[in-house]
Design a protein around this ligand. Structure first.
Ligand SMILES: *[C@@H]1O[C@H](CO)[C@@H](O)[C@H](O)[C@H]1NC(C)=O
Ligand SMILES: *[C@@H]1O[C@H](CO)[C@@H](O)[C@H](O)[C@H]1NC(C)=O
Ligand SMILES: *[C@@H]1O[C@H](CO)[C@@H](O)[C@H](O)[C@H]1NC(C)=O
Ligand SMILES: *[C@@H]1O[C@H](CO)[C@@H](O)[C@H](O)[C@H]1NC(C)=O
Ligand SMILES: *[C@@H]1O[C@H](CO)[C@@H](O)[C@H](O)[C@H]1NC(C)=O
Ligand SMILES: *[C@@H]1O[C@H](CO)[C@@H](O)[C@H](O)[C@H]1NC(C)=O
Length: 414
């Protein structure tokens, strides 16, 4: 019996994780209660009841008390940790309102936060459900006034042209606007930003002809490791895992230091000039045709000599995609004595915002995955061939004992 109970508890814990009905929650208040001594471990998975008790301790005791919970369909810790290349987060406004509030708290994992908050009904709170998928924001602002209000607000879905950061930034604006509205109306506000589910399992990006992945110039420790060049007008980005180099008549010159990158762009063409302090100048021209962008031959200028560099195969990438190659990308001159080499290269011209789009990978190389599949197939194939050849090699008897004939007799003489 005890064992069965234990198995049930384990199964329910497992199920709760598997279904992802837990989400992080950010809580901030306009006031500070003296009796808030919060002892929850940062890594604790908080039950609905515990969450309710934590929030209850934070709510105001004044004339007008309001608890407002903003629900995303899915929310995860990654959303809070996200940064773009300029180190901007997805929630600048919520960050600013919560950091200027009296009290903030962050729960990394709350189980069914919605269910937990419904307990406020017992405490005489008027509960209002607002769904921004069906209603607009005016409905929130015109809620009937009362002494104690709990608003459970469902944020709307992403628009078709929004990616996750844009979507969260839009909600960031909505959350801070509604919060400020209630603060201005004189409520003691306890605001909660959370989700119904964890978005831990990312939805798959629909696959294209090429392997598509969104690489944000592989970041480590929130700083970019490697070389990143961006143009003065932020419309072109170059990324390389290590310092690129120029090889000129057998001499390698590393292109370290931040170059001056000047760009002139219109709808069909982008001209970029990259100049280094040591006198090396790289001029490129990106052109657009038929929905693809490509790099025309690059002009490399080292002091007084110039060379025209090309790469093979030519780089031709759909618009709004970045070109990415995990191998070295080498632009070489026809004479072969000058080249420009990038390691793990990523580039995108004609940018609207300063981040790489989906990647268009150069797939003419063997990745470790391809190699391992290849070897495993080869190994299994050779085992099969060996097995078959062994089978062929079995010699069966060609003479059998005749059951109807005379049996073999052994004369025994003792
Ligand atoms: C991140 O930073 C820590 C401490 O600064 C360092 O020990 C660690 O190696 C860094 N990790 C990477 C991947 O650079
Ligand atoms: C970038 O440099 C180009 C070339 O000098 C210049 O025409 C352009 O105005 C600059 N753009 C910005 C945003 O400074
Ligand atoms: C873009 O600029 C290039 C060179 O500056 C020019 O030849 C071309 O006509 C321009 N295209 C458009 C559509 O303005
Ligand atoms: C360019 O010329 C200067 C002066 O002659 C020389 O010091 C420098 O090394 C040269 N740069 C390169 C990349 O060869
Ligand atoms: C590229 O993105 C811009 C802005 O997001 C959009 O207006 C344009 O239609 C896109 N181009 C293609 C070919 O998808
Ligand atoms: C490469 O070699 C050609 C002929 O062999 C020579 O004319 C040219 O100056 C060399 N280029 C560089 C960058 O040294």
């Amino acid at each position: 019996m005890e064992g069965l109970k234990c198995a049930c508890v384990l199964a329910s814990i497992f199920l709760s994780f598997a279904t992802g009905d837990h989400a992080p929650a950010l809580v901030w208040t306009t006031h500070r209660n003296e009796d808030v001594r919060d002892h929850h471990s940062a890594l604790e998975n908080i039950t609905p009841e515990k969450f309710y008790h934590h929030i209850k301790k934070m709510t105001g005791h004044g004339q007008k008390s309001l608890v407002i919970a903003f629900f995303e369909q899915t929310l995860s810790l990654e959303d809070f940790g996200w940064h773009d290349l300029e180190n901007k987060i997805a929630f600048p406004q919520v960050q600013s309102v919560s950091s200027s509030s009296q009290f903030t708290n962050f729960f990394t994992s709350v189980h069914f936060p919605f269910k937990g908050l419904k307990n406020f009904q017992k405490d005489g709170y008027d509960i209002h459900h607002v769904d921004l998928k069906k209603q607009n924001m005016e409905n929130v602002k015109n809620l009937p006034h009362s002494k104690k209000i709990l608003v459970l607000l469902e944020l709307d879905d992403a628009k078709t042209d929004e990616d996750r950061p844009d979507f969260l930034r839009r909600h960031d604006g909505i959350v801070s606007e509604i919060y400020s509205e209630f603060v201005n109306e004189g409520y003691q506000v306890t605001a909660i930003y959370t989700g119904h589910h964890s978005s831990w399992v990312e939805p798959e990006i629909p696959s294209q002809k090429h392997r598509v992945r969104r690489l944000l110039a592989e970041e480590t420790n929130n700083t970019i490791s490697g070389t990143l060049w961006k143009s003065n007008d932020s419309t072109v980005l170059f990324y390389s895992k290590s310092v690129p180099y120029v090889e000129n008549d057998g001499i390698q010159v590393y292109l370290s230091g931040q170059p001056e990158v000047l760009s002139v762009v219109n709808d069909s063409m982008q001209i970029v000039q990259i100049s280094f302090a040591n006198g090396i100048k790289i001029s490129l021209q990106f052109t657009v045709s038929g929905g693809y962008w490509s790099i025309n031959p690059i002009t490399l200028q080292v002091n007084t000599t110039t060379a025209l560099l090309k790469t093979y195969p030519e780089i031709e990438v759909p618009l709004n995609f970045s070109y990415h190659c995990s191998q070295n990308v080498e632009f070489t001159s026809t004479t072969g004595n000058a080249s420009l080499v990038f390691e793990s290269f990523q580039v995108q011209p004609f940018l609207g915002e300063l981040s790489f789009g989906d990647t268009y990978d150069c797939v003419w190389f063997f990745t470790s995955v391809i190699w391992s599949v290849f070897f495993v197939t080869l190994m299994l194939g050779s085992i099969l061939v060996w097995g078959l050849s062994m089978l062929m090699g079995i010699k069966s008897m060609d003479q059998f004992d005749d059951p109807k004939g005379k049996t073999i007799q052994v004369t025994s003489t003792e």
